[in-house]
Design a protein around this ligand. Sequence first.
Ligand code: NOJ
Ligand code: NOJ
Length: 461
Amino acid sequence: MVSIKFSLIAVCLAAATTNAQLASWITNETSIAYTKMYANIQPSGTVSGCVIASPSKSNPDYYYHWVRDAAMTMKVVVNQYNTTRAGDSTLVSMLKNFVTFSRTGQTEYTRCGCLGEPKFHVDGTSYTGDWGRPQNDGPAIRATALIKFAYSYIAQTGDVAYVKSKLYDSALPTYSVIKADLEYVAHNWQSTCFDLWEEVTGLHFFTLMVQRRALIEGAAFANYLGDTGAGTSYLQQAASILTSLNTFWDSSNGLIQTSLSSSSSKTSGLDTAQILGVLHGYANDGQFSPNNDKLLATTYLLKQRFQNLYPINYNNPTYATAIGRYPEDVYNGVGTSQGNPWILCTAAFAELYYKAAITYNQDGKIYVTSNNLNFLKQFYSSATSGAIYSSGSTEFTTIINGLNAGGDAFLNTIKWHANTDGSLGEEWDRTRGYNTGAADLTWSYASFITASLARAGTPAF
Ligand code: NOJ
Ligand code: NOJ
């Protein structure tokens, strides 16, 4: 008995040291990520408001403004403007430039002839080569980002006039950026489009999640500005989207499928897109929350697949599973051969674990179901389906601590594979672990920052 106690203490002490080192690395890496993310927002040679996906101009050429990547990046900027950098005039002008850039993109010629055009040149004109279009997640994420900016900007400056003219002018033909995005989402969510990975058409869980959130937040914002007819109709569409989202559950395989009505030949149905869909699309209303049992079922299965798929995982079980986009992926960051683990996907798992812990704490209990059982057993091996663990119980505390430690373990995987100067690419070579694909991927930095904010208990969105 005595010796068992001693060895437990020894293990705890060793873990504490490691945790402190990890915590200090995370603080340092977060500040590097901010610097490198901001370096990709309107860098010299691009027009104001342009957000490049990466400075890489060849192998691969990511020197473009992608609507999705840019919107996710601007969410981080808005969050800083709303919190630690309130009142910062540099951020205000950056955000206003982004508004102008986005509105230009909405009104000029695009090959899609719609707001789902995914990619723009750094001079602001649309990319007209062949591409997977439309991609209807971008306008939704952008609306969510800019609605938060609008509230924050009004609260900080009282300048309602700017918001009414440049962000939400509901009069045709003038319209402004948020209004145009919301109208587009409200009228087009039922149509198939390309997924966030730009490869397959269909109806996508990720896309529908971010569209639903945009319409729910858009409805509140429309009502706030007196556009109540729109508010009512956005909410109706959001309710219909929820009905559609519920059909993605595959009860025989116990997972939320990534796409329906799809051209895809992927067979697993599993995709980190579902996790990203909840991270970016949860509307704070209890529907598909970060601790949703069906999502956690999916998360567990996906992690197992990646653990057994990538040599850097099964050859080095000390580190938490490096996560890819989906198991069938063949994109290697430059061309096609074999897919790799992605930094933003691994960061998404970390963020989900932290947010699941936050949400369970808000709920005050953990309800074990047959869906989340395997997921929860990772942290508490005696978990039983049907049990309810209340806040304050040993079981509850064990699971919450396990989730937070699990989130840290994913960030430790990022630490292990990060370049020595802290820079992050898009992917890690599945066999050797070095960074590959686009260097300094803006979205990698944004995703690391939002994971780090969730870890601190102050999630960005
Ligand atoms: C570039 C796309 O952005 C990426 O998602 C895709 O996997 C590759 N092309 C390969 O088609
Ligand atoms: C490929 C990814 O699949 C896609 O989601 C992203 O928008 C582009 N690269 C640009 O980063």
